[in-house]
Ligand binder design. Structure first.
Ligand SMILES: Nc1ncnc2c1ncn2[C@@H]1O[C@H](COP(=O)(O)OP(=O)(O)OP(=O)(O)O)[C@@H](O)[C@H]1O
Length: 262
């Protein structure tokens, strides 16, 4: 068995019935294979991290899971149902929501209105009164007092919370967070990490998270999928991952010889 196949087998072996099953997902951009046959599963209720140096393929993987780009090969199943080929809004409607590295609120609208737009998703529209649902979400993320504020005046930390609120408003089963701590100061990171922990615990939300702030990230997740050059190179607990030779090589080992410094 090749090393990649062995890692794949390890990832597949994760406990529980998979909520998400990613199998052999591949994406090329011209001559560059950004994601090289990624396979892994997430059990319902897990909180898992994706780790990797810049350019490892983490965001591309998120884009492939959420329909923003189409994979060249492989399959992505949520609860056993294929997502490949579905438009992003249909994937949201199946219960998979995401946030983006760069926050992109609807300008010219209030905080509440931004969340109300997400409440238009058919997944929630028929089940809940939108404004009540939106206000409950704002409460959850700590933005209740700012419901009427125009988004333009929100500090960056609150924009990050709004980004999460908009994803939560679609009532996801699986939430993908792309660098939720990016651009935040240390005093803002801990409360946001606590919010993510609370959502995981109280809402029974399954979470997949990309983050570069290693200390906070490792304290948050129970399992880590490490990527490098588009490939899953290791899977394990945070303690196992920081000692894994291929992860160490990915971060510091290439500063000599081949010039591809992490
Ligand atoms: N649309 C695209 N067209 C061409 N190349 C792309 C495209 N999107 C990503 N890439 C390339 O694919 C590789 C993986 O990029 P990706 O953004 O997924 O990495 P990442 O691990 O998320 O990095 P970072 O931590 O810096 O966000 C990079 O070499 C990037 O330049």
């Amino acid at each position: 068995m090749s090393e990649t196949a062995a890692v794949d087998a390890q990832v597949r072996g994760a406990a529980g019935v998979p909520l998400l099953a990613v199998d052999g997902v591949r994406k090329r951009f011209g001559g560059l294979t950004a994601v090289k046959g990624a396979s892994f599963t997430l059990a319902a209720g897990e909180i898992v991290g994706i780790l990797g140096p810049n350019g490892a393929g983490k965001t591309t993987l998120f884009n492939l899971l959420t329909g923003f780009i189409a994979p060249d090969a492989g399959s992505v199943k949520l609860d056993g149902h294929e997502l490949k080929g579905l438009a992003p809004y249909r994937i949201v409607n199946r219960g998979l929501a995401r946030t983006f590295q760069l926050t992109r609120p609807f300008l010219g609208m209030s905080v509440l209105e931004n969340v109300l737009v997400a409440c238009l998703a058919p997944r929630v529209r028929h089940r809940m009164a939108s404004e009540e649902h939106a206000r409950r979400i704002l409460d959850q993320v700590g933005l209740r007092e700012k419901a009427a504020s125009p988004v333009e005046v929100l500090p960056y930390g609150d924009l990050r919370r709004l980004e999460i609120a908009r994803a939560l408003a679609t009532d996801p089963r699986l939430l993908l967070l792309d660098e939720p701590f990016a651009g935040l100061g240390s005093s803002e990171i801990e409360p946001l990490a606590n919010l993510i922990k609370r959502l995981h615990r109280e809402e029974n939300l399954t979470i997949l998270i990309i983050e570069h702030k290693l200390r906070e990230f490792m304290a948050l997740v129970s399992r880590v999928i490490a990527m490098d050059f588009g490939e899953i190179i290791a899977v394990g607990t945070p303690a196992e991952i920081v000692r894994h030779p291929r992860v160490i090589e990915a971060y510091i080992g290439r500063t000599e010889g081949d010039g591809a410094a992490a």
